[in-house]
Design a protein around this ligand. Structure first.
Ligand code: AMP
Ligand code: MG
Length: 323
């Protein structure tokens, strides 16, 4: 079965062809800007402009045409409405034109499923650290449950907000990582872990104040990374202790950060459990994960009933393909 995956929850428009065993292509184009952040209407325009070309490229790389597609999986939730709608419109149009079924996919679950697929792990816990989302997710009794999460903004949005104040452009995460490598001078910052959850809002205000007080960018970037990644690893470790899971996978664009990978791996090594980080192209938002998760679920929906849901939570989705 040939599945075309379409990703369109935020800044990335992606298309991927998956044959049930192999990812044959994984194309994407991500919105970037040097000033300001992500303005939904502008990002939606970007997806409209590049969507068809990305889908054609994905098919070409897979050596296929639209007629070879058996099923279309699209990211239906959660995400920003403007962008979700563009991917859904492409998916519905193809479904009607090709007369092939549609599968709605939850983006957060797709991050876990691509990690599970690539690692070969059967039952991993996911640390999902992306722009808008920060969650610790694992399977339990018919659903992917959220064992810990951010109480305010996602870690990537936090890094991008810090970067905007530092005039680093969007996305700022990779630039903060580079600056952090230039320092080992730790500046005390608020460490906000509340039970299984984390929060970044107070830290953001604190860092913005420090930027006005003349602290060096390199020192701040180093200290920010050490602080927020320690927070993530702590809640992840607590979730492992609670669930007894023996495998951890990483997901989300912030997962590209080498320091985060290193800290997470160290914690897993110390606990004697397995750790796997997908290649960067599968950590950031991508359509291969939508195709793979669609293949696992195979729960199709009629075009007339197809939906987008910007706020659907990971643990609201019933998972019928695992027991
Ligand atoms: P996603 O929403 O999963 O596509 O991830 C996008 C987020 O990942 C943005 O907030 C980026 O700033 C962040 N990001 C990308 N690369 C890195 C990196 N090397 N270190 C930290 N954050 C990163
Ligand atoms: Mg994501």
């Amino acid at each position: 079965m040939i599945i075309l995956g379409i990703e369109s929850t935020a800044h990335t428009f992606g298309a991927s062809v998956f044959d049930g065993k192999n990812i044959l292509s994984n194309e994407k184009k991500a919105y970037t800007t040097m000033s300001g952040g992500m303005i939904p209407a502008k990002v939606a325009d970007h997806h409209v402009e590049h969507g068809a070309e990305i889908m054609s490229l994905a098919l070409k790389k897979a050596g296929m045409t639209f007629e070879d597609i058996d099923v279309i999986a699209y990211s239906a939730s959660p995400g920003i409405g403007h962008m979700l709608r563009i991917g859904a419109v492409f998916a519905r149009t193809l479904s009607l034109k090709l007369n092939k079924p549609l599968i709605p996919v939850n983006h957060c679950i797709a991050h876990l499923e691509i990690g599970r697929f690539l690692s070969g792990f059967d039952d991993p816990l996911l640390l999902y650290a992306s722009g808008a989302n920060t969650q610790v997710i694992a399977y339990e009794s018919g659903r992917y449950r959220v064992f810990g999460e951010t109480l305010d903004i996602g870690i990537g949005n936090f890094l991008d907000s810090v970067g905007r104040t530092m005039k680093l452009g969007f996305p700022a995460g990779p630039k903060i990582e580079k600056l952090a490598l230039e320092s080992t001078n730790y500046i005390e910052l608020p460490y906000n872990v509340k039970g299984m959850d984390v929060s970044f809002g107070g830290l953001l205000t604190n860092v913005k104040n420090k930027l006005n007080q003349g602290y060096k960018l390199e020192d701040l970037c180093f200290s920010i990374q050490e602080t927020v990644f320690a927070m993530l690893v702590e809640v992840c470790e607590r979730a492992i202790a609670h669930t007894g899971k023996k495998q951890v996978v990483l997901g989300g664009g912030v997962g590209c950060n080498k320091r985060l990978k290193e800290m997470l791996k160290k914690m897993c090594d110390e606990r004697g459990i397995d750790f796997y980080s997908p290649e960067n192209e599968f950590l950031v938002d991508n359509a291969a994960m939508i195709a793979v998760a669609g293949h696992y679920s195979l729960e199709t929906i009629e075009v007339a009933k197809s939906y987008i849901d910007p706020y659907l939570r990971t643990d609201e989705v019933e998972i019928k393909y695992r027991n």
